[in-house]
Design a protein around this ligand. Structure first.
Ligand code: FES
Length: 266
């Protein structure tokens, strides 16, 4: 049982939870994730560890209320417990001094991007963050990103904040302006597909953190299967990050859509 020690709404449907998990807080690195269950019979939800505090023994997770299970989680309050938190899972992000790194996040993908931004910046990279959202009230974690990057570019679909346009417009402007050594992208699969197509055109190496359905998180069930460079990979053990230019995003989108009905059913 893991106690919730703080809860904050980042936008109407996005909640930041800080949860007691001392051992995970100590061993987690950028890119790691956990699988949580709200109740004993609850569905397993994979969530990236957005931050941790070793002193307090807590980890921070950001949850978007998109379906039945995430809604149950978002209803929990400070002092209540999450039934279990398993992790850290997955492979940590490969961090080194690449030079200039563009970190592009859309929607709730901004949360898992945050530890990568922090680690890339600490490793000496020039870090440019592109935050994309439909409108101003959906832009999250801007303040945190500004603290650990050299520049933050905000893109909104409706132009209500930052520049009007898609995440890809923001990235393209940067690539045309200066040499980019690596792009890291996290967000909806469709967004990552288009980011990948863009950076492929400009030959900018790109890493995508995939957010497939997960069940066991140990490589046994196959729920998170994706095809990368023609080979079957499991996001939970081989990922979650992969060379975006080699990911079969169309297959990933098809598999994720297959679960959409059951996830939204009440
Ligand atoms: Fe089951 Fe990855 S979640 S194999």
């Amino acid at each position: 049982m893991n106690k919730i020690v703080s809860k904050e709404y980042l936008s109407e449907r996005v909640v930041k939870f800080e949860v007691e998990a001392p051992r995970i807080a100590k061993s987690r690195r950028a890119g790691h994730f956990v699988i949580i269950r709200v109740g004993e019979r609850g569905e397993r939800i994979p969530l990236t560890i957005a931050d941790s505090d070793v002193q307090k023994g807590t980890i921070t997770m950001v949850v978007q209320n998109v379906g039945r299970s995430s809604a149950k989680l978002c209803e929990l309050n400070v002092g209540e417990y999450i039934h279990d938190v398993v992790g850290p899972l997955g492979q940590a992000t490969h961090i080194e001094n690449f030079g200039t790194v563009v970190c592009a996040g859309g929607g709730v993908g901004v949360a898992p991007l945050y530890p990568i931004v922090q680690a890339m910046h600490k490793a000496g990279n020039r870090v440019i963050v592109v935050l994309a959202a439909r409108s101003k009230d959906l832009v999250i974690m801007e303040k945190e990103m500004r603290q650990h990057s050299d520049e933050v570019v905000i893109m909104t679909d409706d132009g209500s904040y930052g520049k009007k346009g898609l995440v890809t417009d923001g990235i393209e402007e940067i690539i045309k302006r200066e040499k980019v050594d690596l792009c890291v992208t996290i967000g909806p699969a469709i967004m990552m597909k288009f980011v990948s197509a863009l950076t492929k055109k400009y030959e900018v190496p790109t890493m995508a953190s995939l957010n497939t359905i997960m069940v066991d998180g140990t490589g046994m069930c196959g729920a998170c299967r994706v095809t990368v460079d023609g080979q079957t990979k499991f996001v939970c053990v081989d990922g979650p990050e992969f060379d975006a230019h080699k990911v079969d995003f169309d297959e990933m989108l098809m598999r994720m859509n297959a679960y959409r009905d059951s996830e939204t059913r009440k």
